[in-house]
Design a protein around this ligand. Structure first.
Ligand SMILES: [Zn+2]
Ligand SMILES: [Zn+2]
Length: 268
């Protein structure tokens, strides 16, 4: 039996449509939830085009377990092992989406409307380019005309929100920083004040610059325990190798469970 790959793509487009409909009716939470499912499904569709069984989590047992499929976080890695590369910014978007869904499902989401619109805009951009470049689907032909209009409105609203934040960054009189905000993923919105606090004029996060405790390269993040800074990607690499039992909550390079961190950093 093979997995009907057409239905993965069809489902992805249904969720994308639902997400746009939710956005149009003012429900950001459902717009986000539906779009994260759409992202997971397009990645699975790409994997299934290599081979339909590649979407299953365990491939090494005698009998193929079809009840568990690869998670959103692991999908880009599995794709990369089969020659489908996602670039750094796409990878960051997928990671953001995975964290975002987790926040909505397990906690009370903390995003404000502007940063939610900015992130949604990025995810829609990602989906549009992935559909075109990896799956040879055109967004315009795949979703209805009125929803396409919503998508382009969302994208222009997103551009407007970022442009305003860039304006606020320039007007602040603080030193501009060229890095991407690790919290909201926007460029050109960070400034540094006299005592070294880096502020995002889009999502409002206060951050610090320093060398990543794990890879020792320059990073921007929330100062953690002892003012240490981490790349989200470096932390995620450590925590995913440990499994969910260690329950380190990551948010913008800030570690919220220091006991686990001690364990991670002293792990042989
Ligand atoms: Zn930000
Ligand atoms: Zn690092």
């Amino acid at each position: 039996m093979t997995v009907p790959t057409k239905s993965l793509l069809e489902s992805a487009l249904v969720f994308l449509g639902e997400s746009l409909r939710s956005f149009r009716s003012g429900s950001l939470t459902f717009a986000i939830l539906h779009v994260t499912t759409a992202v997971e499904l397009v990645l699975k569709e790409r994997l299934a085009r290599v081979h339909p069984n590649l979407i299953f989590k365990t491939l090494d047992s005698e009998k193929l377990d079809r009840s568990k499929t690869v998670g959103l976080y692991e999908l880009p890695f599995r794709l990369s092992h089969f020659g489908v590369q996602t670039n750094e910014s796409e990878l960051a978007t997928i990671r953001d989406v995975a964290k975002w869904r987790n926040e909505i499902v397990h906690h009370t989401p903390t995003y404000d409307r502007n940063s939610a619109i900015a992130r949604l805009g990025e995810v829609y951009n990602f989906l549009a380019s992935f559909l075109v470049n990896q799956l040879k689907v055109d967004l315009k032909s795949a979703i209805s005309a009125d929803l396409y209009k919503t998508a382009s409105e969302l994208l222009s609203e997103w551009k407007g929100v970022i442009a305003e934040a860039r304006g606020r960054a320039i007007e602040s009189g603080e030193t501009p920083r060229s890095e991407t905000c690790p919290a909201c993923g926007a460029d050109g919105v960070l400034t540094e004040d006299a005592d070294g606090t880096i502020r995002c004029h889009l999502c409002g996060e206060n951050l610090k610059a320093g060398n990543c405790r794990i890879c020792d390269k320059p990073a921007i993040g929330h100062p953690g325990w002892g003012d240490e800074i981490y790349h989200d990607a470096c932390l995620a690499g450590y925590t995913s190798s440990l499994g969910p039992a260690y329950n380190v909550k990551l948010r913008c390079g800030k570690i919220e469970n220091f006991e686990s961190l001690e364990f991670i950093l002293t792990k042989p």
